[in-house]
Design a binder for this molecule. Structure first.
Ligand SMILES: Cc1cc2nc3c(=O)[nH]c(=O)nc-3n(C[C@H](O)[C@H](O)[C@H](O)COP(=O)(O)OP(=O)(O)OC[C@H]3O[C@@H](n4cnc5c(N)ncnc54)[C@H](O)[C@@H]3O)c2cc1C
Length: 491
């Protein structure tokens, strides 16, 4: 490069840390004269993700695991030297429950998000009435929808498998992942694989019958098809880190500090293009910084606020991506205080059950070493797009409400060994019908601004691997553009 350059990354969550780390990798490998600064509004890096160690329990305050069939999180762990820290889910408890008429019932064996890989197990389960079972089995004969318009998860499921399967199984299983309303959730943005299966095979059931033996869900740890007896989400595909997710964030932060400046407690208030090229950033303290490139690794509505002065259209598009709020209540209990054996990874709750909680993850069943022997750690999810009113109560009543529900559903008695509430205000992007068109529009406008990139889980995937991928791609894009304006070859 002919002259020194500077790049700002705004937002020190997983996405911003990953983008900064990737820039550091390029800068170091090619000895580029590029100065990178990471700005984070809060006092710590990591954003939504964090781990606390409480009385021998490893407590995740945010994400507790990541999927491995999207390779980016595992790849990053390997590059950070954390491969030996990766742990996989505990095979002993690889099953899940769905609440049915007030009681936890095992998810039909082989049920995968939307499709019963073992129809017989679904038909033998109590979730559907005789009519519901008939509707589900009839899926093999429902003609495929070959048009290209997006559809909601609810419409797709109803059309193919019937209302009961939507209400009783699919809504809690899929809705739970996105804390979303299935009537709004976009099939193409969240479950494109099933849309493709319908087009290719004419039916999801026929697709799994024909593909039996091969896998629909290749895993990174060589666990593709769930072993028999396993039910629920594709649990064999999930991984975590031995001492918790903070291991990844801490390692990232350490690396980032070697190659970039990190400014915490610095909120960026606006980003405005400079007349010639580059951008001016204004901090909440009133300082301004000029940089050649900028990556906004923020929730879409925050990114929109920063740019509304100079690209109102892009800002409006970003603000169209809506977010849901939720809370996770973590409690630990003596196993002897719980009537139910909790011999699974967790429970999801259909909206039609009219409970006040969305789901419960049994973290210490999912991963070894999360809680001391004889105890269990529960993560109860509250709120989301379907029950936002539950978040209006203060922490104390939220906790009381969760303990009542846990007692009623699992027979959890007595005082928990510890309890903590974490709230996630407007933290989960909602991929509504038409999301992919909206994102394509956003990306087109973004591409018109040289040295500018948006990154995060608002666009093409909500999980940790998606955030990592998005941050890394943004780093590459901005660097490539800056080098192109300089006549250098791409990194
Ligand atoms: C309740 C919940 C549970 C989840 N569980 C899982 C899971 O189990 N597995 C999984 O794979 N994914 C999970 N996810 C998703 C995962 O947590 C996200 O994909 C990921 O953490 C997003 O990281 P991010 O950096 O994009 O955003 P964030 O973590 O939100 O980081 C954004 C950062 O930007 C900072 N910031 C905001 N405005 C400014 C500004 N103006 N100037 C400077 N800094 C600013 C914020 O302080 C924050 O630190 C979960 C999400 C939620 C909400």
């Amino acid at each position: 490069m002919s002259r020194p350059r500077s790049i700002a990354v705004v937002g020190g969550g997983l996405t911003g840390l990953t983008a900064t780390h990737r820039l550091g990798e390029f800068v170091t490998a090619r000895n580029l004269p590029i100065d990178v600064t990471l700005f984070e509004a809060g006092p710590r890096l990591g954003g939504l993700i964090g781990t606390q160690h409480i009385d021998g329990h490893v407590v995740e305050t945010g994400a507790d695991s990541f999927i491995t069939n999207k390779p980016w999180a595992v790849d990053l762990c390997k590059r950070l030297g954390l491969e030996d820290q990766l742990i996989r889910t505990n095979r002993e408890y690889q099953r899940s429950f769905i609440l049915h008429e007030g009681r936890p019932v095992q998810t039909p064996e082989g049920f995968e998000l939307l499709v019963p890989r073992k129809l017989r197990a679904l038909l033998a389960s109590p979730f559907l009435t005789a009519q519901g079972k008939l509707d589900a089995a009839n899926e093999a004969f429902v003609p495929p929808n070959m048009d290209d318009t997006d559809e909601s998860l609810a419409d797709f499921t109803r059309r193919r498998f019937g209302q009961e399967m939507l209400e009783r199984i699919v809504q809690p299983m899929v809705g739970g992942i996105y804390t979303a309303d299935p009537e709004q959730l976009s099939m193409r943005a969240t479950l494109p694989r099933f849309v493709d299966m319908e087009r290719e095979y004419g039916s999801l059931l026929r697709a799994v019958w024909q593909e039996r033996g091969s896998s629909l869900t290749d895993g990174d740890f060589g666990e593709s098809d769930p072993p028999s007896g396993i039910s629920g989400a594709r649990y064999g595909l999930f991984a975590s880190l031995k001492d918790g997710m903070s291991t990844l964030l801490d390692a990232l932060e350490q690396r980032v500090r070697l190659s970039a400046h990190v400014e915490t407690d610095t909120s960026i208030q606006s980003v405005i293009p400079l007349p010639s090229c580059g951008y001016e950033l204004t901090t909440s303290g009133g300082d301004s910084r000029s940089v050649d490139g900028v990556i906004l690794a923020l929730p879409a509505y925050q990114a929109g606020q920063l740019i509304r002065e100079w690209d109102g259209t892009l800002a409006d598009r970003l603000l169209q991506i809506l977010y849901a709020s939720s809370a996770i209540v973590v409690t630990a209990h003596r196993l002897s205080d719980v009537r139910h054996p909790l011999d699974a990874f967790g429970l999801v709750i259909p909206h039609v059950e009219h409970r006040r909680i969305l789901a419960v993850s049994f973290l210490s069943r999912k991963f070894e070493g999360r809680s001391p022997e004889g105890t269990v750690q529960l993560r109860t999810f509250v709120g989301g797009a379907m029950q936002p009113e539950q978040l209006d109560q203060d922490d104390e009543s939220l906790m009381g409400m969760v303990l009542e529900e846990l007692q009623d559903i699992f027979g959890v008695e007595g005082e928990p060994l510890f309890r903590c509430v974490t709230r996630y205000d407007r933290a989960m992007p909602q991929y509504h019908v038409g999301h992919l068109d909206l994102v394509a529009d956003i990306e087109q406008r973004e591409a018109g601004h040289v040295g500018f990139a948006l990154a995060g889980n608002a666009y093409r995937g909500v999980g940790m691997p998606d955030s990592i991928h998005s941050g890394e791609q943004a780093a590459q894009r901005v660097l490539t553009q800056l080098m192109a304006t300089d006549g250098s070859s791409s990194p």
